[in-house]
Design a protein around this ligand. Sequence first.
Ligand code: CTP
Length: 222
Amino acid sequence: MRFLVTAGPTREPIDPVRYISNRSSGKMGYAIAEAALEAGHDVVLISGLVNLQPLRGAKLVSVSTSDEMFNAVHQHAGGCDVCVLCAAVADYKPATLSPLKIKKRDEEFSLELIPTRDILASLGGWRDRRFLLVGFAAETHDLQENAVKKLRAKNCDIMVANDARVGMESDENELLVLFRGGEIKKIPRAPKKILARELIKIFSKFDTKMFDKKNVTISERN
Ligand code: CTP
């Protein structure tokens, strides 16, 4: 199968020396890409800037901003069977990019932010989508409830939910895997590499031929 995996944070520039970003390490996305390669799949890894070793065998597309990630995902998704959007995409970006360094002044300063495009939701809205669409939900509260809302709002097939306070920057995580059909699977706390192998087993069970059938209910095949 052909996998597309996004990983890491995006950077939204403010001026030539500053940007808005987040604490995502990219470890979960890289672990998923690595587990997919280990299982014999082809992988396109679309990665924000991270401090991780490049993965041998994956086609790496390096991006920085949410717009660059949006374009790269849209360029490659059509050729894939499974798209796993694990990246921590910034929700907002500065309304304008200052070409010159913004100088310090002695008064309050506010920055106008505008929403970025939601990459996962944009794929969920594709007509005649022929790939399994997997999102990741990072939450600090009401994990299951918020993740179910995101699964529905972004029209994905699987939402993998985690507590951002456990997983962020860490080598370990615990996951709740929510399926479009309503099933829920808990994967207890483990190193991200082990979790990634479990996820690849789950994703590989889906037969993308199911997209040929109309009104298909996405659930796990046993
Ligand atoms: N996502 C995306 N594009 C964005 C924001 C998020 O593709 N502009 C994707 C992420 O890659 C992830 C999923 O949406 O697969 C959920 O991201 P998350 O940060 O948990 O949620 P948000 O939709 O950003 O909502 P909130 O920040 O309010 O929790």
